[in-house]
Design a protein around this ligand. Structure first.
Ligand code: AHM
Ligand code: MG
Length: 334
């Protein structure tokens, strides 16, 4: 066995590289989230033995059939994180309403999460994950959870794949921790993740081609035209239908991910949710040197108007995201 020193999540969080010590309450909350993710990873792995496969028979606020594991993962987040002394509220994809845990006080935490993202992949045993983000309450009794992404103090995701990983940013840089079930720890195996500025790989659900707006269609057409087309090089394409898996691949080797607003989802504002999918992934990607846009605006600057709001998402390698913004500028005039 390798004796490579790989700090645990606790060791990493309590020994920051900066001079200022970490807020212990924030460390406890991040550790609780990591515990929830570890438990959810086990629920996913043992679902077939524990009667946790299939649908729960309910339709969630998004109008989607909830899986038993969606419900179990949501309950696991609450069960493990709710006792955190300074956690004021939970905002979950699986709950119509905000769950208030205490009277909000200035500096208290707000936890936004998608407990099990990509759950359509559960039946086919592909990677799924959990996405989360933490913001802070502004002032006494402030019950406003509609914070722009720039206000996030921490964002991350767990991926339940061939190995379980937690990828985290608390402001400076992005770090990846792999779960070691021999010790029960997440350990720092992927420090300082960065996304290359250039890429020749894109990810989009191409079955929606006929719904796309002109800028997205032109961008994909030009990528597909390869070295003889306007982009002058061949592109590769990947789509897992699991945002966590697609973003994880981009953190590992670059690429761009697109889930645009199109003719079929315009009424709802797109597919992906701003507060607990787009914002956390945008912060992770930016802190790894990438970029995240709605096509017109930086996602992190987008002012939320409701807690289940949806938004167009294009993120990943910086130069390619700039290309996408350019296609939008040229073809829509704004
Ligand atoms: P979910 O939160 O209900 O799982 O939906 C989000 C998922 C993303 O993980 C993924 O990128 C997208 O939906 C896949 O959509 P599609 O089914 O159009 O491929
Ligand atoms: Mg989701």
């Amino acid at each position: 066995m390798s004796d490579r020193y790989l700090p645990s999540l606790r060791q990493f969080l309590t020994h920051p590289s900066g001079t200022e010590g970490p807020d212990p309450e924030l460390v406890f909350l991040i550790e609780d989230i990591a515990s929830a993710c570890r438990a959810i990873g086990n629920q996913v792995r043992y679902a077939v033995f524990d009667g946790l496969t299939g649908t729960a028979g309910e339709v969630n606020v998004q109008g989607e059939a909830q899986k038993k594991l969606d419900v179990a993962a949501d309950e696991t987040f609450e069960r493990i994180c709710a006792s955190s002394r300074r956690l004021a509220a939970l905002v979950s994809e699986e709950r119509e309403e905000i769950t208030w845990l205490k009277e909000p006080e200035a500096g208290d935490f707000l936890l936004f999460y998608d407990p099990l993202d990509g759950s359509s992949n559960l039946d086919v045993n592909l990677s799924v994950g959990s996405i989360f983000s933490i913001c802070q309450v502004d002032s006494e009794n402030a019950s406003d959870v509609l914070k722009p992404g720039t206000r996030q103090i921490c964002a991350g995701y767990a991926i339940y794949g061939p190995s379980a990983m937690l990828v985290l940013t608390t402001g400076a840089g992005v770090n990846g921790f792999s779960y070691d079930d021999r010790t029960g720890d997440f350990r720092l195996t992927h420090p300082g993740l960065t996304i290359p500025a250039e890429t020749s790989e894109f990810a989009i659900n191409a079955s929606r081609y006929h719904h796309w707006d002109e800028p997205v269609r032109a961008y994909v057409d030009d990528c597909l035209a390869g070295r003889r087309g306007p982009r002058g090089r061949d592109f590769n394409m990947r789509w897992t239908a699991s945002m966590v898996a697609d973003v994880h691949r981009i953190l590992m080797r670059g690429g761009v991910f697109l889930y645009p607003v199109d003719a079929a989802n315009r009424d709802t504002g797109g597919k992906l949710r701003l507060l607990y999918e787009a914002n956390p992934m945008a912060l992770i990607v930016e802190n790894a040197g990438g970029a995240a846009t709605s096509g017109r605006n930086r996602i992190l600057d987008e002012p939320p108007t409701s807690h289940h709001q949806r938004i167009a998402v294009m993120l990943g390698s910086r130069d390619e995201v700039a290309q996408l913004e350019d296609y939008h500028r040229r073809m829509t005039g704004n």
